[in-house]
Design a protein around this ligand. Structure first.
Ligand code: ADP
Length: 523
């Protein structure tokens, strides 16, 4: 369908006149629509007709008034062309006053009949082109209005975003004018926007005697930033003096944001009030220090106490021995067996105290390590000889796999202590008739010594806890077996202090494997 703006609305008084004209125009390629009366014509105009062709006869008084009103009611961009066919010879006489009035109100072209077809077609075509241009104007006005609306909206959005940002934001120009502040800026600093018209107002109030330094930082920020390719800068933390005299710590960031239409450069400053966060960190640090101090005091107490306990225990041991030797007179057999019990209990107690003392020393960092290359075979063979009697007693099958020809860079004495602890545990927690095996694995820079048993195993959720001091999986059971729950804590501490580690893999009911990793000595 032809656009409406290319349609000729024909208003002819006598039925067939309009049809004849329409067919004539169709032959030269012009679309038209015949309107029977003026109200149809105005509808046609409202729908966007490109031009109205009307004969003078059709323009009675009423029709003229109505057409005049329709023309007056046009939008500002619209100036609908009207071509009036006058009666023959009218132009040479005088134009009827009504028609003249209409011509004065609108974009009216008068053609006197008889009109040559060529003249009519040319007139109509140029009217249609003019109408087409009016539509173009309308469209570009609409586009511009839409663009202006959009701009207004996006400005409002930006303004609202800065205003309502949940942290302090300030937008200012390089001449020092503050253009906008977020509400959070005012709320946190206590200064109202009208008290902060310039950046100087802000720096003097917030930074007092450091204002000059901050001002020159702002200038440097402008000078050193590339306005075309801005990148945010972290300015760090500063103490801001709020209006009610409090000193709060703000963490500042800035970015240069191009230029205003008048050429001034824009800078956006964002801040985060980190006062509470800093206080929290500070109190956490103090709490940690307190805890460390308390822990040190506890360890000191343990060290002193176990040391003090050793002295009387040694005395008990010493005097028992003297009694056994009969120094204070003859000893009967029942007395001898009682003395032996005293000695065993004394030795056991001394062992426990030794553990506590060792642990306290390691925790306090008071243990020194004498690291040197020790062949792996040597480490194990001496230790398993120590537990051999207990294994035999429980009919445990012991297997030591071939040790590699490697050396570990360790403190020999302490590594033996760790291995003894692991093997003793294996014996302690493996029922009679079970198996214990020691195997080795070397890697780049490390050697693993694994002690596997077919004992009670350790539930998964306890596998980390057993390395904590004083943790025992089954207290009832272990109390009959003796022990403090310190062995593994001491062993792991020792292993790690030598640059190694101690880990466990275990399946309850099936057994456990403790893997001692040691650093290898360079060959
Ligand atoms: P202790 O042997 O003096 O109780 P440890 O620190 O050596 O202390 O061991 C802590 C706990 O870990 C033991 O009480 C026991 O519950 C568990 N445990 C250690 N070794 C084994 C093992 N080979 N098999 C099963 N449980 C073990």
């Amino acid at each position: 369908m032809e656009p409406r703006s290319r349609t000729v609305a024909i208003l002819a008084p006598i039925g067939s006149d309009g049809e004849i004209t329409s067919r004539m125009l169709a032959r030269v390629g012009l679309t038209s629509r015949v309107c029977r009366d003026l109200s149809e014509t105005t509808r046609c105009i409202a729908e966007g007709a490109g031009v109205v062709l009307v004969t003078e006869e059709a323009l009675g008084r009423e029709a003229r008034a109505e057409l005049g009103l329709a023309l007056d009611a046009q939008a500002p961009w619209s100036d609908l062309p009207v071509v009036v066919l006058l009666a023959e010879g009218e132009l040479s006489r005088a134009i009827a006053p009504g028609v003249a009035q209409l011509a004065a109100r609108g974009n009216v072209t008068l053609l006197e009949r008889p009109v040559r077809l060529a003249t009519l077609v040319t007139t109509l075509r140029s009217a249609l082109r003019a109408r087409e241009r009016q539509y173009d104007v309308r469209d570009s006005i609409a586009e511009r209005a839409a663009a202006a609306d959009e701009l207004r909206e996006s400005e409002a959005r930006l303004r609202a975003a800065v205003d309502g940002a949940p942290y302090p934001l300030m937008l200012h120009a390089d001449d020092g004018t503050v253009l906008q502040l977020s509400r959070a800026w005012s709320a946190l600093s206590g200064y109202r926007p009208n008290e902060l018209a310039t950046t100087r107002d802000w720096t003097q109030r917030a930074f007092r005697d450091r204002a000059d330094a901050v001002d020159s930082e702002i200038r440097a920020d402008f000078d050193e930033s590339d306005t075309n390719a801005p990148s945010p800068r972290a300015l760090g933390e500063r103490v801001v003096h709020t209006k009610d005299g409090e000193g709060r710590v703000w963490d500042f960031q800035s970015v240069i944001l191009g230029r205003l239409p008048d050429g001034r450069r824009l800078r956006l400053v964002a801040a985060r009030d980190v006062t509470d966060y800093r206080r929290l960190l500070e109190s956490e640090r103090a709490a940690r220090q307190d805890a460390e101090k308390a822990n040190r005091a506890k360890m000191d107490f343990l060290a002193v106490m176990s040391h003090e306990l050793r002295t009387p225990l040694n005395a008990i041991g010493g005097y028992t021995q003297l009694l056994e030797l009969g120094i204070h007179g003859p000893v009967t057999e029942p007395q001898r067996s009682a003395l032996a019990r005293i000695r065993r209990s004394e030795a056991h107690l001394l062992g426990l105290i030794e553990d506590v003392l060792n642990f306290a020393k390691i925790e306090a960092g008071r243990v020194t390590f004498d690291l040197k290359p020790v062949p792996v075979t040597e480490l194990v063979s001496e230790v398993d000889a120590l537990v051999e009697p207990q294994m035999r007693e429980k009919s445990i099958v012991y297997t030591r796999h071939d040790a590699p020809d490697a050396a570990a860079m360790v403190d020999e004495e302490k590594t033996r202590q760790v291995l003894l602890n692991l093997l003793s545990n294996a014996v302690k927690f493996t029922p009679a008739g079970g198996n214990i095996a020691v195997s080795f694995e070397t890697r780049d820079g490390e050697v693993d010594i694994s002690i596997t048993d077919t004992g009670s195993g350790i539930p998964l959720e306890k596998q980390e806890a057993i390395f904590e001091p004083f943790v025992q999986v089954q207290r009832a059971y272990t109390s009959t077996q003796g022990g403090t729950g310190l062995g593994l804590a001491i062993s792991r501490d020792l292993a790690r202090a030598m640059g190694g580690d101690l880990r466990v893999r275990s399946e309850p009911e099936h057994g456990s494997t403790f893997v001692l990793t040691l650093p290898r000595a360079e060959e």
